[in-house]
Design a binder for this molecule. Sequence first.
Ligand SMILES: [Zn+2]
Length: 192
Amino acid sequence: MSADSFLDALRDEGLTVVQVGDWRTHNRNHKGPWGPVHGVMIHHTVTRGTADTVRICRDGYAGLPGPLCHGVIAKDGKVHLVGYGRANHAGLGDDDVLRAVIAERALPPDDEANTDGNRHFYGFECENLGDGRDPWPEVQLEAIEKAAAAVCRRHGWNARSVIGHLEWQPGKIDPRGFTMNAMRARITERLS
Ligand SMILES: [Zn+2]
């Protein structure tokens, strides 16, 4: 979908959206392909403070240029749009997982890193330290649910099109603090 459709989808789901700079054209399309898009990936940032979190996700850091996702979901539930197009969030993951996402069937274990995920997934980075202690406010969890559901609704996908980074790339632990099965159940409920 277009950047404007993405924005509309999020707003139509009831989210408060903050547009950051030239997010519509801030991407890594000059470095590789974008699309076809098959799903939504959820991450935690390992950062504290919304302003710093948004800045890092927009600009990236040494060795990993931004954007690092499309939307940053802050602790207060606001969604900050930092990029649109190819973004450095998913990295290499498992082709068997991608096939399961496309078919919307149960996920196999992610035990290979052989497929470019930045091409195929929308990415939401969620502000959390990812240490298992930093809380996930209900308003933030609800925003994750809404953001994922918004994208699924536009594409005609179900909740099985929504995965965590930890389900894509071996060694990843994000998001930590809630389970993706619980989040998918919420998204299913919202889409029903
Ligand atoms: Zn991640």
